[in-house]
Design a protein around this ligand. Sequence first.
Ligand SMILES: C[S@@+](CC[C@H](N)C(=O)[O-])C[C@H]1O[C@@H](n2cnc3c(N)ncnc32)[C@H](O)[C@@H]1O
Length: 275
Amino acid sequence: MTTTHKVIIGSSENLQEIQDRSIHLIVTSPPYFNAPFDYIDLYESYEQYLEVLSTVAKESFRVLADGRIFALNIDDMLINGEKFPITADATKIFQEAGFRYRDRLIWKKPDGYVRISRRSGVLLQNPYPMYFYPDNLLESIIIFQKGKFNYKSIDQTVRNLSKIDLNEFNKNKWYLTLWEMTNVLPNSELEKGIAAFPYELPYRIISLFSYKGETVLDPFAGSGTTLLAARRLERNSIGYEINAELISVIKEKLGFGINRDLFSNDDKFTIIDNH
Ligand SMILES: C[S@@+](CC[C@H](N)C(=O)[O-])C[C@H]1O[C@@H](n2cnc3c(N)ncnc32)[C@H](O)[C@@H]1O
């Protein structure tokens, strides 16, 4: 199946290039408010950050087809000892934009992975009550839905083509609300400095919530992991990314760069630069 992939350089606060109800699935991971390492001081205030999420949620609701899913990978953020309740606030914001809050999956990283210095070390230095600061290995994937899905609206051939591999589903425990997935290392070659999520994340979401030939949107595309999973799974994709410097990374990741021969060359790749 030939697919098309489009990257729009600009802010996803305005999805003007996309028509109402033309997207079948949205998968994304927005910047985590002023995250240490990745997004220090990106937003002036927490309120401004929530405002951006709210605008993107409303635009996403407009472009999503009826019954379809928005999967939001996000988590609370610890900055200078204060935890910002992003997961709860984002859930409220998406509900206010019209979405149904359907599920919350927890992504667990391998036990050895702690990016910020080990907070738990405080207790090792001071083995007394009140010195407990746990190391965080978790992120959320919140599943929102726009109304109810009409299962009869999908052609039988497309249903068969998009069938989920039950061996993989059972073996990797997709059926649980706890998804154990290895994270992308911060210094990996293509994703350096991008806070990319692992390929497995959009791969599972796209397999579970869209059919072949449909269109997947990532409003915060980063290195283009969602677009790559969409291409491999024979879905079309659109990604918004505010940072024009990532064009070459996305191109390379999707197999439209120097190493072009990764997939069938009939697939189309376009860039719209609104920057
Ligand atoms: C957490 S990263 C996404 C990483 C992506 N999931 C991946 O696997 O590479 C968030 C991305 O959103 C971009 N971004 C921030 N604000 C944006 C906006 N308003 N519109 C579009 N992109 C934005 C950032 O430049 C960053 O690349």
